[in-house]
Design a protein around this ligand. Structure first.
Ligand code: AN7
Length: 359
């Protein structure tokens, strides 16, 4: 078969969904052609979880330009910052926001300052922030403390905050829900998503509601948010002073969009639950080894959550479940190499290689 090549001009989320976004012809669009990420059908997972007649999809946000969903919100935040005449931007970050902010800032000559928690950021994210040319400041403390400093800096100095307390971030991130509806022809029955600072679950819920209101979709999903057990303030209903988890992206004890997450949960008839590091690790390995999708540990929390609910027979027959895989597995090489896989070195002969293969 000869396939006809169709010229496709890839555009970013602002251009694609401008009628749903607070932009005008005065907004200078700073884009890296973010968004338009694939919705990948899981092949092995439903059977593994004992789910019959249920389809699970991965919204793979690791394929964004800086490797995470943050690019959707950052194109908006940076474009609006420029429109408003900002010269510099600042954020606190567990890593991905920093990488994204640094990239978009570099693209339009904005100065970028990123505050990161000491020792708890995945290496790939740190090196992105450096290489895109941001000023990287390490805080002797965790993400929540870094965000407190950022809020104070934003109030005292002429520097634009691009954390998700900046409303344009949530606006940009809601476009992921639009894409899912466009791909499926409607909203899925369930949407599972990791929760850290809770901006993304807030954004998706807003996106689903706005699309329905505009008659672009007919239904709304049940929203299922998952926090890491050691960093689960919303589940526990109190701030966690010393959040811990191997999923460093969601190592957050006092989420800025706490209220938005509760709204998404309650309005959709959903839930916010926690998953252990062990459950996250299982999901992280399963989707890489059995689905060919390499996402970072925080992303795997969504899949771990679906597994937990499947065990309780939570899902109804015929349902479609979308799991947002928020970031690329390449972000966190240290975690990826922390298992007992052995890298062996042998002589360059077939015999030597086959000896290892047959183990
Ligand atoms: C891969 O980069 O908070 O609940 O500073 O990087 O919207 O915070 C990252 C969060 C999930 C949680 N998955 O999203 C940051 C930061 C990944 C992430 C989340 C993050 P929110």
């Amino acid at each position: 078969m000869v396939l006809k090549r169709v010229p496709v001009r890839k555009i970013g989320v602002i251009e694609r969904y401008q009628e749903f976004l607070p932009v005008s012809e005065k907004t200078p669009i700073i884009s890296l052609n973010e968004g338009n990420t694939p919705l990948i059908l899981a092949e092995a997972l439903p059977a593994e979880l004992g789910l019959k007649n249920v389809r699970i999809y991965f919204k793979f946000e690791g394929l964004n330009p800086t490797g995470s969903f943050k690019d959707r919100g950052m194109t908006m935040a940076v474009s609006k910052a420029l429109e408003e005449g900002a010269k510099a931007i600042i954020c606190a970050s567990t890593g991905n926001t920093a990488a994204s902010a640094a990239a978009f800032a570099s693209r339009c000559g904005l100065k970028c300052v990123v505050l990161i928690p000491e020792g708890k950021i995945a290496k790939g994210k740190l090196l992105q922030a450096y290489r895109y040319g941001a000023k990287v400041v390490t805080i002797k403390g965790n993400f929540d403390q870094a965000l407190t400093v950022v809020k104070e800096a934003g109030a005292k100095y002429p520097i634009k905050i691009v954390n998700s307390i900046n409303p344009f971030r949530i606006e940009g991130q809601k476009t992921a829900a639009f894409e899912i509806c466009d791909d499926l022809g409607d909203a899925p029955e369930y949407h599972a998503i990791p929760v850290g600072n809770a901006g993304n679950i807030t954004a998706y819920w807003r996106g689903y509601k706005e699309y329905k209101k505009a008659n672009k979709s007919e239904t709304l999903p049940v929203m299922l948010g998952f926090q890491a057990a050691g960093s689960a303030p919303i589940v526990l209903n109190h701030v966690v002073e010393k959040p811990e988890t191997i999923a460093t992206a969601i190592r957050i004890g006092n989420p800025a969009s706490w209220k938005g997450a509760l709204e998404a949960r309650d309005e959709s008839g959903g839930l916010i639950d926690s998953v252990t590091d062990e459950e996250i690790t299982w999901a992280y390995k399963f989707i890489a080894e059995r689905e060919g999708v390499f996402a970072e540990p925080a992303s795997a929390a969504a899949v771990a959550g679906v597994k937990k609910l499947a065990k309780k027979n939570y899902f109804k027959e015929g349902a479609r479940i979308v799991c947002t895989l928020t970031g690329s597995g390449l972000k966190d090489p240290d975690f990826a190499l922390s298992f007992d896989d052995k890298i062996v070195l042998v002589e360059p002969t077939v015999d030597a290689v086959m000896k290892v293969v047959n183990g």
